[in-house]
Design a protein. Structure first.
Length: 454
């Protein structure tokens, strides 16, 4: 089987792919019922299950996971003796943030300037469409040469661990010879990339209480302890003067070996304003792939509009700490918790609650599956060689699968290149990347099946 029929088939399927991605994006599948109705996630799960059945998948099921969400599973049997490949994506999405900042509605797929915009278009509903395109192209050109399992997670963005817990309780379900995680992306558009490392994550909420109730700032300010001021001082202790992360006892000077990320390219990708410096020290790759990074992702405090001249009795923040490979997320959680308790000023009452955690991940890029993917990417991206990069984000399921199936090879690919602006407003996917990566995945399955026959 050569690449041309597969590429031609996928090109002919792109209008259908756009329609299907628009259907998926329309579901407001944020896996947090405090923000969006649970029915939106449930409807998206049903849509995926129906799509798998229409492609001939067997044993299609909506898995009720322990965190109250649903993951979708299906099995497509291949030729006798063929290896089994697990294809992963997730259908839950980040909330749209400020909807007024979107150029087009976040849950309405919109084509603009050669890209398709919508929440989840790249992360990671587009990943599910990528899997479907690859399988359809193979079916149209001689058949799928491997057995395929598909798992579409329903709560990856929330970090609540439902699918990890379900997999641990049902270890036979996702067993495979190799696993393709379709939730990362190329280093940039047109440069085929596999992700070798993922940072882990821990998420904490910290609350400070100083007073029995709010007080008039003119009458009591200057002596009465303000909880919001205490919180600000505490959060400032998490960064050095250059902006690098400082958590007591946590190593923060590791170096990245591999593909480098030029600073000017990073500034452009991150949309850093002119004249504003980057934070931290070392190379950009060191900072985003090899070292811990703390982010204050939310603060409960009075908004500016309607604020009164008051001292705050209580204040709360949510803190995310990204944990690089080589460090343990559970230990990082302990260190961060101890840091927060130790650095709270003025004897203020402080409580810390853990709300999420996932371990970092490092893949074995010397495995046969990577050779098969390199060959596939070389054809799907003429003139380009497969690159290996890190990713600062987290996919906790990778460690669960690695522990459950230590002999399985795990590859991380996807559609979330820098222009996609995942987790931000105006998220988008490049249809060209969707097309090429679908070709690469289809060819990978062919190459991998052939390598196992030898």
């Amino acid at each position: 089987m050569n690449a041309n029929p597969i590429a031609e088939t996928i090109a002919s399927l792109m209008p259908r792919a756009k329609t299907e991605l628009a259907d998926l994006v329309a579901f407001q599948s944020v896996a947090d019922p405090a923000q969006f109705p649970k029915s939106e996630c449930e409807a998206a799960a049903v849509w995926i299950a129906d799509s798998l059945r229409s492609e001939g998948f067997e044993d299609v099921a909506l898995l009720d996971t322990p965190d109250g969400t649903q993951s979708v599973y299906g099995f497509l049997p291949g030729p006798a003796g063929a290896p089994t490949v697990l294809l992963y994506a997730h259908y839950d999405v980040q909330p749209p943030l400020d909807e007024s900042a979107w150029v087009s509605p976040p849950f309405e797929l919109t084509e603009r300037n050669g890209r398709w915009y919508g929440r989840g278009a790249a992360d990671c509903k587009g990943g599910l469409i990528m899997h479907l395109l690859a399988l359809r192209a193979l079916k149209a050109n001689g058949g799928v040469p491997v057995s395929v399992k598909v798992i579409a997670e329903g709560s990856e963005e929330q970090g609540t661990g439902g699918l990890e817990q379900y997999a641990e309780a049902h270890p036979e379900l996702l067993a495979a010879d190799t696993i393709v995680i379709g939730d990362t992306g190329n280093f940039r558009v047109g440069l085929p990339t596999v992700t070798a490392t993922l940072r882990g994550m821990t998420m904490l909420r910290v609350r400070i209480d100083t007073l029995e109730g709010n007080l008039h700032s003119g009458q009591f300010g200057g002596a009465a302890p303000d909880a919001l001021a205490a919180l600000i001082q505490l959060l400032a202790s998490l960064r050095a003067e250059d902006g690098s992360t400082t958590v007591d006892g946590l190593t923060a000077d590791s170096s990245w070996e591999g593909l480098e990320y030029p600073e000017e390219e990073f500034r452009k990708d991150a949309r850093v304003l002119d004249g504003v410096g980057l934070i931290g020290h070392g190379s950009v790759a060191d900072r985003i792939w090899a070292r811990p990074a703390v982010t204050v992702i939310g603060i409960d405090c009075p908004p500016v509009v309607g604020a009164t001249p008051s001292l705050q009795a209580s204040a709360r923040a949510q803190i995310s700490l990204r944990v690089p490979p080589g460090q343990d997320a559970a230990e990082a959680t302990k260190l961060l918790t101890a840091h927060l308790l130790a650095h709270t000023p003025w004897g203020a009452r402080v409580s810390v609650e853990q709300v999420g955690q996932g371990q970092p991940f490092k893949a074995d890029v010397s495995s046969p599956a990577y050779t098969s993917m390199a060959e596939a990417m070389r054809v799907a991206y003429p003139g380009e060689e497969m690159q290996t990069s890190g990713m600062g984000g987290s996919i906790p399921l990778c460690n669960t699968l690695s522990a459950l199936y230590p002999k399985a090879e795990i590859l991380l690919i996807g559609l979330s290149e820098p222009e996609a602006q995942i987790h931000a407003v105006n998220e988008s996917v490049s249809p060209g990347e969707l097309e090429r990566m679908s070709v690469a995945e289809a060819l990978f399955l062919v190459n991998y099946a052939r390598s196992k026959q030898g």
